[in-house]
Design a binder for this molecule. Structure first.
Ligand code: AMP
Ligand code: MG
Length: 326
C-alpha cells in the first residue's frame, strides 16, 4: 500500500489501520523510517519476531532494534533507564539514535539476539510513529533487506528482496537519511558508540562531552557489526579522497564496465556508469545503498567509491563503504 506525500493526521491514521492490525496480530509489516525501511513485528511476540528472522535469513545472534514512541515507551523494556539514556533521548529523540540498556525480563531473548541488553529508538517518521501508536506494541524492526543485501531506502528495494512478499509493505517514498541509526551503549556513565550512524560523535558530544573522548567503538559489544554486510556482486574499489576520477580511468583502461560513486565529478572518461555524484557527504549517505543495488542491477564487475573525510557523518559513511568493499 502507498501513502501519498502530504498525507497527515487522521488520513494517515485511517490509511495505516490495516497495517497496525496486522502488527497487533503477530504479522510482519515493512515500513519507512527516516533512516531506512524496517521489517517490523511486535517485539514482545516471539513468534512474530521469529518470522522476521526467517524472512531476512538473519543469524539468530544478531539483535533487533525495538522502536518506540518516546522514553515512556522505552521504560517497560529496560531494567533501568539510566540518566545518560534519558539525557540522550531528550536531546535526539525522535531521531536516528539507538540506545542500548539492560533488558527487562519481559523482552523475549529472541528479540535481543540472546543478549541481556535491549536496543531502543524512537524513529522520526510519521508512518513509523503512527504504526507504533496504533498497534500499541513496541516494534522490532531490522532493516527490511535479506541478510547480506544493502539496506533498503525505497519500497521498491524491499519488494525486490522479498519476492514472496511480506504481509504489507507501506510505501511512503524514499528515506531521508539513507544509512542506519547510531547505536550507543548507555548502561554506564559515559556513552560508548557501538555503531557509527547518522547522529555523529560531534552531535553526541554537545549533549555529553565524554562521547568525544570515548575512543573507538567496541565492536565485540555490537553483534551486528561482526556479520558480513552490504556487499554487492561487483568488486568495490575505495579510492582516496579526490582520486575517484583517476582510479576510474585506470579501471576503464582494462576494458570492464566500471561504476562510480563519489564527490569528485568524473567528466572526461567514457565507459563509466555513474552511480552517483552527490554534492556532499550527507547526500552520499542518502544515495549509497541505492547505488550499490544499481551496481548489481547493471551487472557491473568493478565499482569505484571515493572516500569521504572521516568526520561527522563521514565516519558512518566510511564504515558502510568499507563493509561494502569486504
Ligand atoms: P539493523 O539491522 O540496522 O536494525 O541493526 C541492528 C543492529 O543494532 C545490530 O546488528 C547491532 O549491531 C545493534 N544492536 C541491536 N541490539 C543491540 C544490543 N542489545 N546490544 C548491542 N548492539 C545492538
Ligand atoms: Mg540491517
Amino acid at each position: 500500500m502507498s501513502v501519498p506525500s502530504g498525507t497527515t493526521g487522521s488520513e494517515l491514521a485511517a490509511l495505516l489501520r490495516p497495517a497496525a492490525e496486522v502488527l497487533r496480530e503477530g504479522g510482519v509489516v515493512a515500513f519507512p523510517t527516516e533512516t531506512v525501511y524496517g521489517l517490523g513485528a511486535s517485539a514482545l511476540d516471539p513468534a512474530a519476531v521469529e518470522a522476521v528472522f526467517r524472512a531476512k535469513g538473519r543469524p539468530s545472534d544478531n539483535p533487533l532494534i525495538v522502536h518506540v514512541s518516546d522514553l515512556d515507551g522505552a521504560r517497560p523494556l529496560a531494567r533501568e533507564v539510566t540518566p545518560l539514556a534519558a539525557k540522550l533521548a531528550g536531546a535526539f529523540w525522535p531521531g536516528p539514535l539507538t540506545l542500548v540498556l539492560d533488558a527487562d525480563r519481559t523482552v523475549p531473548r529472541i528479540t535481543t539476539g540472546g543478549l541481556d541488553t535491549v536496543a531502543v529508538r524512537a524513529p522520526d517518521h510519521a508512518v513509523a510513529r503512527e504504526l507504533i501508536r496504533q498497534s500499541g506494541v513496541p516494534l522490532a524492526a531490522p532493516s527490511a533487506n535479506r541478510s547480506g543485501r544493502p539496506s533498503p531506502t525505497t519500497a521498491a528495494h524491499v519488494a525486490a528482496d522479498f519476492p514472496a512478499g511480506v504481509d504489507i509493505i507501506v510505501d511512503a517514498g524514499p528515506c531521508a537519511v539513507g544509512i542506519e541509526s547510531t547505536v550507543v551503549d548507555c548502561r554506564g556513565r559515559d556513552p560508548v558508540i557501538l555503531r557509527p550512524g547518522s547522529i555523529t560523535a560531534e552531535q553526541l558530544g554537545t549533549a555529553t562531552p565524554a562521547a568525544l573522548t570515548g575512543g573507538l567503538p567496541d565492536l565485540a559489544a555490537s553483534p551486528g557489526t561482526r556479520h558480513a554486510h552490504y556487499r554487492p556482486a561487483a568488486r568495490v574499489h575505495v579510492a582516496d579522497i579526490g582520486s575517484g576520477p583517476s582510479r576510474v580511468a585506470e579501471l576503464v583502461e582494462q576494458g570492464t564496465p566500471v561504476g562510480y560513486l563519489g564527490l569528485t565529478p568524473v567528466t572526461d572518461v567514457s565507459g563509466v556508469r555513474i552511480l552517483g555524484m552527490p554534492r556532499d557527504t550527507r547526500d552520499l549517505a542518502h544515495l549509497l545503498y541505492a547505488a550499490l543495488r544499481q551496481a548489481d542491477d547493471w551487472g557491473l564487475e568493478d565499482v569505484v567509491i571515493e572516500a569521504v573525510p572521516p568526520i561527522g557523518v563521514g565516519v558512518a559513511v566510511m564504515d558502510r563503504i568499507r563493509r561494502a568493499a569486504g
